[in-house]
Design a protein around this ligand. Structure first.
Ligand code: ADP
Ligand code: NA
Length: 385
């Protein structure tokens, strides 16, 4: 176990992110290219992208990465697949403190890619090439390993939290969830000897088709992170009334929607976090006293007042949110009366955690770029003083 020098508390929580990793290629153009047209771009740039990689980077930064005192060993490990053309992306992730041993290199596929045209007004148009994100190298290795070692180890050894999105094959996501919740590995021991399960957090973006939504094992998901549109789409996919939480720009309408969504049978075991862009975030914790479930935190005040680039704000939020959850799990582990990972947060704890995530996501909107605009932990704390 790793002792957190200074505070004396034991930092045990670790996170696995299983997801997408992309080479984002930006082309600045006078206008978005038209059918049949050939257009020269005025500026070109390659960046790290993919929701999985973005969120892993955000967890790492939230855990102190990107600063000289970055956490060691890594608090977050990323499992994904690149091609031989993606080594530089793995290097960038390593630099901010992401554990990259779980990044496999496909012999036959290229790194997933986003070809992004940005016009003079900031409008964009994107072509996605999934590439190695759709490789089954991880699942194949896992199957081979379970056959030879009678189920020891599991897909993701030694992690208390599992963070997922929806930019890899559904089979890969399901396999990861299955491994976290019902794998044949022995239950993890908490510091105090109790048994604990892996906490599963999913930001199911982009949302799958409705039949996939209704067949998804939501009962194994502890925290669902969605934006307002996704919340409405999920609600309707489960037969909720159309037009609920009517997108009238009011927090009250969104609160009603989150309340209704979280109250559905499918989400009986799932807490729902719904981000509301410039309005902030709502969270509904399942299994807590009636009337105490929902917490609202407004968006952070932006320097300069208006956002510069909100790309990847949702991923920044998700990463910081999960790192804060991990911190709460460690804190609860330290107190003898609150054992294990299935504790409930108090309203105050939930609010405190959301405030950090909202501050980080807000700071990401003040600069252009995706992970390049994610703040370090120190920068977030500085701003919250
Ligand atoms: P997504 O990008 O996934 O659709 P949102 O637009 O809800 O997600 O943004 C995620 C979070 O980023 C919000 O909860 C908020 O904290 C922050 N955020 C987004 N847009 C703004 C904004 N214009 N001003 C301040 N914060 C913002
Ligand atoms: Na940004």
């Amino acid at each position: 176990t790793v002792a957190d020098a200074g505070s004396g508390s034991r930092a045990l929580a670790t996170c696995t992110v299983r997801g997408s990793i992309n080479h984002d290629e930006y082309f600045h153009v006078a206008h978005i290219v038209r059918p049949g047209e050939t257009l020269s771009s005025t500026f070109h740039e390659s960046r790290v992208g993919g929701k999985g990689a973005n969120q892993a980077v955000a967890v790492a930064l939230a855990a102190g990465g990107g600063e000289s005192s970055g956490s060691n060993p890594a608090k977050v490990k990323f499992y994904g697949t690149i091609g031989h053309d993606g080594a530089w992306i793995r290097e960038r992730m390593r630099e901010v403190g992401v554990g990259v041993e779980g990044i496999l290199v496909s012999e036959t596929e290229l790194t997933g890619r986003a070809i992004i045209q940005v016009d003079e007004r900031g409008e964009n148009s994107i072509i996605l090439f999934p590439g190695a994100n759709y490789s089954t190298l991880h699942e194949d290795a896992f199957r081979a390993q379970s056959l030879t070692t009678a189920g020891t180890g599991g897909y993701f050894p030694h992690s208390t939290h599992l963070l997922l999105q929806n930019e890899i094959p559904l089979e890969a996501t399901l396999s990861a969830i299955h491994s976290a919740k019902v794998s044949s590995q022995p239950p993890r021991q908490s510091q105090l000897g109790g048994q604990r399960d892996t906490i599963v957090i999913i930001n199911p973006s982009p949302l799958p088709a409705r039949d996939t939504i209704s067949a998804f094992p939501w009962e194994k998901v502890d925290w669902l992170i969605v934006n307002e549109d996704e919340a409405r789409e999920l609600f309707e996919a489960f037969g909720g009334g159309v037009g609920r939480g009517g997108g009238d720009g009011k927090v009250e309408a969104a609160r009603e929607l989150v309340h209704a969504l979280g109250g559905m049978e499918a989400f009986r075991n799932t807490s729902v976090v719904c981000t509301l862009g410039a309005k902030g975030v709502l969270a509904r914790q399942c299994g807590v006293e009636k009337g105490m479930e929902i917490v609202y935190v407004p968006a952070a005040k932006l320097r300069g007042g208006v956002p510069k680039d909100t790309t990847g704000a949702g991923d920044c939020f998700a990463g910081y949110f999960v790192c804060e959850l991990m911190g709460m799990a460690d804190a609860h582990d330290d107190s003898a009366d609150k054992e294990g990972t299935d504790f409930k947060l108090t309203q105050m704890e939930l609010e405190k955690l959301l405030k950090v995530a909202v501050q980080a996501a807000g700071m990401c909107c003040e600069k252009s770029g995706t992970i390049d605009s994610y703040p370090t932990r120190r920068e977030v704390e500085e701003r919250m003083k």
